[in-house]
Design a protein around this ligand. Structure first.
Ligand SMILES: [Fe+2]
Length: 180
């Protein structure tokens, strides 16, 4: 029952614990599916960070005297399912890398909002110790998101093939395009 800030924080931590555990299983597959070496490395690095995130959540559960298990994060299950769809696609390797980055950034954005909420609830509870742990992970999720944006815009997107029709629609304003 969500009848207090403590109960709410417990619910949020259970959700995150499930989310991170699911991600632990998905990240090695994403690293394997990626072609761009820096992207492979980014997924491997985030796997190491995710191991720490799971440990922090277990530590938080200890601090707050709650059990972290017993809940499934359906949102993460859906986001990972979308990532798996990408891995099953045939096509241009860099297009697939761009799609993998997109899927990973959806995951990061979910986590950023979830950790942000949990951090603020911990602050409301007066638990600066819990808030600090949640904040530490939040910052790492944000840094990962930014790293992925950089990889996408600097390495992957500039190198993906553009077919002729796309070139017409991507023409600068002023040139005629039938696609509006
Ligand atoms: Fe995480």
């Amino acid at each position: 029952m969500l009848d207090s800030a403590h109960a709410l924080l417990e619910d949020l931590i259970k959700d995150l614990y499930s989310a991170e555990k699911q991600l632990l299983k998905a990240l090695p597959k994403m690293a394997k599916a990626a072609t761009t070496p820096d992207l492979k490395r980014a997924f491997q690095t985030h796997l190491k960070e995710t191991e720490v995130h799971v440990e922090r959540l277990a530590e938080l559960a200890d601090m707050l005297d709650i059990k972290p298990g017993g809940k499934k994060c359906e949102a993460m299950a859906g986001l990972i399912a979308e990532g798996q769809e990408v891995m099953g696609e045939d096509g241009d390797e860099l297009c697939i890398d761009a799609a993998l980055i997109g899927a990973a950034q959806k995951v990061e954005h979910y986590e950023i909002s979830a950790y942000g909420t949990a951090r603020t609830v911990a602050q409301r509870l007066g638990r600066a110790d819990a808030a600090a742990l949640l904040e530490a992970t939040l910052e790492e999720e944000k840094a990962t998101d930014e790293k992925l944006t950089g990889l996408s815009t600097e390495q992957v997107l500039p190198a993906i093939p553009i077919d002729e029709e796309d070139e017409v629609s991507a023409a600068p304003a002023g040139r005629s395009s039938r696609r509006r």
